[in-house]
Design a protein around this ligand. Sequence first.
Ligand code: AMP
Ligand code: TRP
Length: 335
Amino acid sequence: MSKRILSGMQPTAQLHLGNYLGALKNWIGLQDEPGAENFYMVADLHAITVPQEPAHLRQATREIAAAYIAAGIDPHKSTLFVQSAVPAHAEGMWLLSTMAQMGKLERMTQFKDKAGKNAERVGLGLFAYPVLMAADILLYKATHVPVGEDQKQHLELTREIASTFNTRYEGEYLIQPEPMIIGDATRVMSLQDGSKKMSKSDPSEKSRINLVDDTDTIVKKIKKAKTDTEPMGDSLKSIEGRAEVKNLVTIYASLAGISQEEVVQRHAGTQWGPFKDALAEVVVEHLAPITKKMRDLLNEPEEIDRILETGNQRACEVTESTLSEMQDIMGFWRV
Ligand code: AMP
Ligand code: TRP
């Protein structure tokens, strides 16, 4: 069976270096796998699980699409689409929701985190979020889903929902996708606190590098990044337990395309000032072309919309076929 790869991100904020290294960058290489068909989505239906300002949501959707293209998702190789433009996602979700157990949804860590102490007041959508994600994946009969560690639990649930469907209707209809978990090596931490993930919800701008930050801003943020009082060690082992230092090394290695060990050895014994200068250079060198392409694309929104329109059509074709198969199997009236 041929490989179908699908992934997506929510248009809830500007993408940061964590999103880039932990997700987006990994998608780029997958486009060249022989025989694989790739789908990358802007998950705007997921975004409204928390309130969104409509004009902002529309713009953020374009920005994420621009970031995908600028980072190297090639519309000739991959289908790039917007979730809300493909009606089967919401329809499929209803069908699958009858096969998702409340108890399991309640145990989702992301739901517990986002609902906090206010679980009684959160919307049904936040609770049902993983079922929509299951529909996103199962409607494409995706075989592989590259995501960060934090989405692993949602993928497990997707597999269970597919299995319940297949058991209930006695056939191998829906495909249980393989998670492709992008591991800890690319987990990017806050520049201000090595124990916290770099995150769009961190109130401190200094904690993250956004994909749209200009050179000056990047250099400033890296200069202000937290380190410790010892200089760089001489092996990866020697920086164990130094979370902030390890994070800067991770960022350097992932962007420069060399091993973490090599980064440490090249800079063995270096003080933080010169190391940060070198790191800033690597970050700027890698991000500047992406940022420029993103800006250029955003100046030509019709071009982005045209690419999305083509992708949306392809996504509709694929999903309508699976949806009507599901409707048929489930006994819905079709003329
Ligand atoms: P989010 O911004 O939380 O919606 O995440 C979008 C994608 O980026 C997911 O696949 C996450 O796993 C990934 N991601 C988010 N933050 C980080 C981070 N600090 N390090 C690595 N990956 C991340
Ligand atoms: N929930 C994912 C996130 O927050 C985004 C997402 C939505 C997704 N649907 C998906 C990822 C389907 C992979 C496959 O990052």
